[in-house]
Design a protein around this ligand. Structure first.
Ligand SMILES: C[S@@+](CC[C@H](N)C(=O)[O-])C[C@H]1O[C@@H](n2cnc3c(N)ncnc32)[C@H](O)[C@@H]1O
Length: 193
């Protein structure tokens, strides 16, 4: 029942802001499992950032795997989604949720005092956002990454591959058919200046 309510809410948010939400339904279990397969939770210290979690299909699975020494920062622009996620994860001391635009990521992590980012997992729908917003997001993302940071995003097409390549080295692309719509996972690190 909870999943059905989440799905209905997601569709409602999509109808209100189609370009920002970018999909009519949350990511499937299959896409979630594949995204998670790129993350290594064995390290003692880990700092992860999730962009655009929506109703939180990735978030729930990430949180299950976090050690007390790990930290997860979540940035979601949509106030409905952010409010629900804050309620859901309020007992998790190492999970911080910000209702904000990811272009403010640098300010957010500076405020927390984070120096080293391990993973950025993005749900931002780059295909439907205006180019200037994408460039702003990617510039800010690159600026918080070290050479060891990983930027992981999924997209419903390869339409924005060229733009991603300007900022990042694409190490792997994985096609996921079992999602609505089907999706590509991009696994990337920072391009040297
Ligand atoms: C395609 S949905 C993905 C939701 C979820 N990650 C999933 O896989 O089901 C895109 C999400 O990105 C959020 N979003 C879009 N632009 C954003 C921005 N500039 N900053 C933060 N979140 C943003 C939307 O509100 C929405 O929740």
């Amino acid at each position: 029942m909870r999943k059905l309510i989440q799905r209905v809410n997601f569709i409602y948010q999509f109808l209100k802001k189609p370009k920002e939400i970018g999909a009519i339904t949350p990511s499937s279990k299959h896409l979630t499992r594949n995204i998670l397969s790129f993350l290594d939770f064995n390290k003692e210290k880990l700092f992860l950032i999730e962009y655009g979690p929506g109703t939180g299909p990735f978030t729930s699975e990430i949180v299950k795997r976090l050690k007390p020494t790990h930290q997860l920062v979540i940035i979601e622009l949509n106030s409905e989604f952010a409010t629900k996620l804050k309620e859901k994860f309020k007992d998790h001391k190492n999970v911080k949720i910000y209702q904000d635009c990811v272009t403010n990521v640098k300010k957010i992590i500076n405020k927390i005092g984070i120096k080293k980012v391990d993973y950025i997992i993005s749900g931002i729908p780059f295909s439907s956002l205006p180019k200037n917003r994408i460039l702003d997001i990617l510039t800010n993302t690159k600026s918080i990454m070290s050479q060891n940071s990983i930027f992981l995003t999924f997209q419903y097409s390869k339409y924005r591959k060229r733009i991603l390549e300007k900022y990042f080295n694409i190490i792997d692309i994985k096609f996921i058919a079992r999602n609505m719509p089907s999706a590509y996972i991009f696994y990337m690190n920072k391009k040297k200046e």
